[in-house]
Every structure is written in structure tokens, then in C-alpha cells.
Design a protein around this ligand. Structure first.
Ligand code: BTN
Length: 330
């Protein structure tokens, strides 16, 4: 008997008691083993009331990450329908790549409560303490090669929209896909290709959100902020996961339907720094100019004294003139 079966029975009639006898009959197990499973569920954070004669009643599901709870909240077709949560992984992106190579399906999600070797863009270390949302999604999109690279832009729009919907939080996107609140980074997205670009079109979208922990847990990163600090309370990570996956599925479907122009408009509407003087750093080279937005290919458009220059996400870093505005000094 899976604990899921008990939860399923307890949720058929929300707020009502289900007798131990009924559960044991329906699942063909002893009442003692039902009680044992109930105790385990309570330990996982499910608030289940137990009353002699009446039975069990599910009062509240946990706010901490739980695959069953996420599944109940999901409004997606495929994203998150297969979902794994691990206590600790080196990196969910690395695990997702491994699963993708073994045949992991489109929309499969891997979440870790903490990562000991999390990675950010440009091979940077990504601090992933307990309380954050560290997840990766396997995407096998029906997209041309050129358009697949736009998936990270779509992901940043999806996360911004989920945060706005749940917490009314006005979050901006720093090109290409850092999420910024009040000059501080609260989330990042890392897109990685599995296999060769021109053959297997599988992409891993890694999303990291500084959620339920104080900023000090990130060590040195003064330019970061966490949802807990901004909102003054912890957030329900299950709800946040389900909301992101729904927005993400919509964005990916829109891209598949060739709606890049719309994505471009949506991304631009959420972007920070457009029209401002910025510095673009490519290795040792520094380009100064006005940030004019993104091209149809998702490249950064910089208006310099020598004309327009385009940059793709993999190669450059962006700095604003207003130092802290982008969370990093100029
Ligand atoms: C960045 O802003 O540089 C991108 C950060 C991406 C972090 C996420 S957390 C889940 C997934 N696993 C990783 O190792 N990285 C991504």
C-alpha cells in the first residue's frame, strides 16, 4: 500500500473523517498498518486528525516540497506529470541530463531540497541551501534549432508571471534571464543542451529560486535577495512549483506555435535596463552603449557609437551604469 492511496482516500471527501476500517478494507491492509502510514504522513508534514470512532481527516497538506501535493495542484498537460524530489543532489541539471540520456520524457521534473554542486551561467557556482526551489525540467521541444535557444527567455517570463500571480511581486528580468527584485537577484535560469544540437533536441531548463531562507545562507552574495525576506514570510514551495510549471508549459507551447514575436514583447515588458547605458563584457573586451532590447533571435541589442552590436547569451555579461540596479557593480 502506498501512502498516496491513503491520501487519495482522505481527499475524496475534503474535511470529512474516513474510518480506519474503511481505509483498511479498500486498500486490503490491516488497520495497524494504516495507522503506521498515517504517522509517517504526519511526520512528512500532513496535518491529519485522528479520532477514535470517527477515523482520520486531512486538515492541511505540507508547504514543504512534496511530490504528491504538487501533483494535486498541477494544471499542466505534461510538465511535472513525472516528478522526482531528492533530499540532496550535486545539481538537478546534471541529474536531468543523466535522466534525459536514459530516455527521460518531455516535461519530467527533478527537484532537490539542496544542491552541493549547483551551477549557474558561465560555469559559476550556484549556492543552493535548504529552503530554496532548485529544479530542472527535461524539454524535448518541437522547435527548430534556432528557436530552441529562446526557451530560456520563455522560462524567465514564466517565472516572473508565477511570482506576480502568487505574491504580486514585481520582478524584472535582467538579460538574458536573471530575475531581479529591487536591484537584487532572486532567481536564475540555466538552459543546457543534451547531446548534439543538430541531432537530439533535448534541453534542460534549470530554475533556481532563493525562497525560504535568509540571504546570509548564500554566503558572499550581497547582491542577492530571498522571497522570505522580501515577503516577510515563507512561501508554499509546492504551489510555487505548480504555478511555474503551468506558466512554463504555456510559454513553451506558444514558442512551438511560432509565437516568438509575442514572447519577445512579453520578455521586453518585463525586462530591466532597456534604454539605459550599459556595459557588455565579453572576455577581456568591454562594449559600452545603450541597451535596446532583444532581437528576433533573442540576442542582446547594444547601440554603440559605431552602430548596433548583437550578443548571444552564452558569451557575455551585462552591467548597468547604475551599479546596484542590476545587482552587480559597473
Ligand atoms: C544563473 O543565474 O547563473 C543560473 C542559475 C541556475 C540555478 C539552477 S538551480 C537548479 C538547476 N541546477 C543547477 O545546478 N543549476 C540550476
Amino acid at each position: 500500500m502506498a501512502r498516496q492511496d491513503i491520501l487519495q482516500l482522505l481527499t475524496t471527501l475534503p474535511g470529512e473523517y474516513v474510518s480506519g476500517e474503511k481505509i483498511s478494507q479498500q486498500l486490503n491492509v490491516t488497520r495497524a498498518s494504516v495507522w503506521k502510514q498515517i504517522k509517517q504522513l504526519q511526520e512528512e508534514g500532513f496535518e491529519i486528525e485522528a479520532q477514535t470512532k470517527k477515523g482520520y481527516c486531512l486538515r492541511k497538506t505540507p508547504d514543504s516540497l512534496n511530490a504528491w501535493v504538487i501533483e494535486q495542484m498541477l494544471g499542466t498537460v505534461s510538465f511535472g506529470r513525472s516528478l522526482i524530489i531528492e533530499d540532496e543532489l550535486p545539481s538537478t541539471n546534471a541529474k536531468a541530463k543523466e535522466l534525459a540520456r536514459e530516455g527521460g520524457i518531455h516535461g519530467q521534473v527533478i527537484i532537490a531540497r539542496t544542491q552541493c554542486s549547483g551551477r549557474g551561467r558561465m560555469q559559476r557556482e550556484w549556492q543552493s541551501p535548504k529552503g530554496g526551489l532548485w529544479m530542472s525540467i527535461i524539454i524535448r521541444p518541437n522547435l527548430s534549432l534556432a528557436n530552441a535557444s529562446k526557451l530560456t527567455l520563455a522560462a524567465s517570463v514564466a517565472v516572473v508571471d508565477a511570482l506576480k500571480e502568487l505574491y504580486r511581486l514585481p520582478v524584472g528580468i535582467k538579460w538574458p534571464n536573471d530575475l531581479i527584485y529591487n536591484g537584487h537577484k532572486i532567481a536564475g535560469i540555466l538552459g543546457e543542451v543534451v547531446g548534439e544540437w543538430n541531432r537530439v533536441q533535448t534541453l534542460i531548463l534549470g530554475i533556481g529560486i532563493n525562497a525560504n531562507f535568509p540571504r546570509e545562507n548564500l554566503g558572499s552574495s550581497i547582491a542577492a535577495a530571498t522571497l522570505q525576506e522580501i515577503l516577510g514570510h515563507e512561501v508554499d514551495l509546492n504551489k510555487l512549483t505548480a504555478a511555474i510549471l503551468l506558466h512554463l508549459e504555456k510559454q513553451v507551447s506558444a514558442l512551438e506555435a511560432d509565437m516568438f514575436e509575442e514572447l519577445c514583447i512579453n520578455w521586453t515588458a518585463r525586462a530591466v535596463g532597456i534604454g539605459e547605458e550599459v556595459k557588455v563584457i565579453r572576455g577581456e573586451e568591454v562594449f559600452r552603449g545603450i541597451f535596446r532590447g532583444i532581437s528576433q533571435e533573442g540576442e542582446l541589442l547594444l547601440e554603440t557609437d559605431h552602430g548596433e552590436v548583437r550578443f548571444s547569451a552564452g558569451e557575455v555579461r551585462l552591467r548597468s551604469k547604475l551599479g546596484t540596479y542590476f545587482g552587480e557593480p559597473l
